[in-house]
Structures are given as C-alpha cells and as structure tokens.
Design a protein around this ligand. Structure first.
Ligand code: ADP
Ligand code: MG
Length: 339
C-alpha cells in the first residue's frame, strides 16, 4: 500500500452531529454500537482506512472497475416485524450480493446504514452474527456506515462495492435473438414460505431458509462473465425480471412454463398456484441469464465448477413480448410492484 494514512481515528461521542442514540438502561450508546460493528471489518488489505473516520479509503485491485449497488429493507414492509435480527442482517446483505452477482462482480466492501428504535446489546449482537456468516463467506469487509435513532420502522440500508475485470460486466442489455434463456436454482420457494407465514403456518425449515437466508449466486455470476450475453437477478418475480432483461435488450422471448425449475415444495400445489409463486412470487435471488447456444457446453462446465444448478427455460426472440408455452389457459402474474 503506497498511500500514507494516519492511524484510524475514533471520533469522540461529543462530536456526534445526528443526536445519537439515546442512552438508557440496557441500551447501547451509538459509539459502543459502532465499536461492535468494527468486528465486521475483517482484514482486507484494500481497506486503507475503514470504520472510524469521516469516510473509508479503499484501494481496488489494479486496473479493475467498480460495481456498486444499494438496497434498503424496511421492517414491516420487506420483513415481518418478528424477524430475527440475524436474519435481517443476512438478508439485507444477501439481496445486495445478488445484485453484484447479476453484474458478475466480486464483492469487496460494504457500507451499512442502520435506523433503529432501541439498539440494545442483544439485538446488535445477533445482527452482527447474521451479517458475519454471509460476509465472511463472501469476502466482504464492512468499511463504514451511518447509525441513527428513529421512532419509525427499523430500516437497514446496505451499499456494496465490488470489482469487475477492466473490460467485462454482465448487464441486462446484451441478449440477442436466438440466445438461450436460463435460470439458476429454483423458483417460488421464498414466496411459498411467505404465504405460509402470513397464514399463520410454520414453513418447513428449508423453505423458511429460502425466504430468510437466500443464497446469492455470486460465484455463478462471476463464472458467467465471459459467457452470458445478459443477466438479471430474480428478486421481484421471474416474469417481471425477465421482462426487465428483455426490455433492456430490445428483444422478446419464448418460455416453456413446463421447464421452469419449481421449488420442490411447490409440487403438491395446483398448477395456477405454482405459476403464481414461481413467476410472480419474488425473493428468489436466482440469476436469469442468456447465452448463445454455442456457449452451452461452456456454461454447463463453468456452472458445474461452482456447483450451481441451472435450467434452460426458453429462447430469445426478435419480436418484443413474451410468448409463454404450456399455460393451458392459465395466467402469468405480473410480479411485485414497489409503488
Ligand atoms: P459522521 O458524523 O462523520 O458521519 P459518524 O459518527 O456517523 O460520522 O460515524 C463514525 C464512524 O463510524 C464512520 O467511520 C462511519 O462510517 C462509522 N459508522 C457509523 N455507523 C455505522 C454502521 N452502522 N456500520 C458501520 N460503520 C458505521
Ligand atoms: Mg454519519
């Protein structure tokens, strides 16, 4: 590291300009909370200056470009209020990692904005445990953030920065007529778990994990860098996200609904319900990607190397719009809309 930087400074609590988080019995003062979050910094040599100064100073690998994304989760909107803090942390990170995965980027750094009501010790410790689990596995270092007290709903914003090779990125925009359309993993499991929770039922642990602890397809995204012509992560329902990709590419598609990789818990449901969950449910955090048919063997090999199952579900067409094959009079849901 050639940059010369002073030892990490830690600002005194009296300099906190945001009013801080009120102290009280059992509660964690803002600066103790930030001190705890330092445990998530890791030992990344690219972090010239991390938590504790006014901004982080980061050193990317020579020649690479940066991909950056941010996602906000609001308890009560994106999560049932009773969700475990460890699951909140895990998912806040996972949804962002899924965005980096869809670009083919290598995760490096995270910034975390927390708006909390009562940041008690137990809450933050469980939050840190959930974060650490996924961040450690993804090679992510926490390098900064913001902490505020709010009387409103608990809100967690995570910004990630990842690295891309100088001349490569997966985007939504490169699909060509004749390309194959594929999707990793399975669809509809998280949506089924959510429906069961809302109905007061307890989902099977593996199904609940699909909802609370999604596995972002980071290795698959990187493996597809030189192979896929277009890629998007499936967060708002396969039908809606496929449409985003097609629109960005200026193409259409023909998709066989019988080829969709339904989550195994969906098999006992009636067909329309399966399609509603698999095509409209959301929260899958799989990758939908396109590639020329000549690249199929390479795609199979590279995704097998990173142990990522995938299924070809259709092909890109020159005409706009999606032709769904095998609907048998059933309908395709349009997906989750935020407003
Ligand atoms: P400032 O007032 O200059 O924005 P803060 O008091 O908000 O500084 O934060 C002090 C340091 O702690 C900064 O380095 C900031 O990045 C870090 N920090 C604050 N909140 C968090 C958080 N939730 N996660 C990680 N780092 C945080
Ligand atoms: Mg601040």
């Amino acid at each position: 590291m050639s940059m010369e930087l002073p030892e990490r400074s830690r600002k005194s609590p009296t300099t906190s300009g945001d009013g801080g988080v009120s102290r009280g019995p059992g509660l964690l003062p803002e600066f103790d909370l930030i001190e705890k979050l330092r445990a998530l910094e890791g030992g990344d040599p690219g972090v010239a200056l991390g938590i504790g100064d006014d901004a982080a100073v980061l050193q990317p690998a020579p020649g690479c470009r940066l991909a950056s994304c941010i996602d906000t989760l609001v308890v009560g909107v994106h999560f049932p209020p009773a969700t475990e803090p460890a699951d909140l942390a895990y998912k806040a990170l996972a949804v962002n990692l899924s965005d980096l995965a869809a670009m083919g980027a290598k995760p490096r750094w995270a910034l975390l904005s927390l708006s909390l009501n009562q940041p008690d010790r137990g809450w933050i410790e469980r939050f840190i445990a959930g974060w650490r689990e996924l961040a450690a596995a993804s090679g992510l270092a926490l390098v900064g953030g913001d902490t505020t007290a709010t009387p409103g709903p608990v809100t967690i914003s995570v910004q990630l920065i990842g690295e891309l090779p100088p001349d490569q990125a997966l985007t939504r925009g490169g699909a060509k007529a004749g390309d194959m359309i594929a999707v990793t993993g399975s669809l509809g499991g998280a949506a089924l778990a959510l429906t069961q929770l809302k109905a007061g039922q307890a989902p099977e642990p593996a199904l609940l994990r699909r909802l609370n602890r999604p596995s972002p397809r980071v290795a698959a995204g990187r493996a597809l860098l030189a192979l896929a012509t277009a890629c998007i992560d499936v967060s708002d329902g396969f039908a809606a996200d496929l449409n985003h990709l097609l629109t960005a590419s200026g193409v259409g598609a023909r998709v066989a609904v019988t080829d969709l990789p339904l989550h195994s818990s969906l098999t006992s449901l009636d067909r329309q319900r399966q399609l509603d969950l698999a095509l409209g449910g959301g929260d899958d955090y799989e990758l939908c990607f396109c590639f020329p048919s000549a690249a199929r063997e390479s795609v199979e090999r590279r995704l097998a190397e990173v142990e990522t199952p995938f299924r070809v579900v259709g092909e890109v067409t020159a005409e706009n719009g999606v032709e769904w094959i095998g609907l048998d009079g059933r309908s395709v849901p349009t997906g989750y809309a935020h407003f």
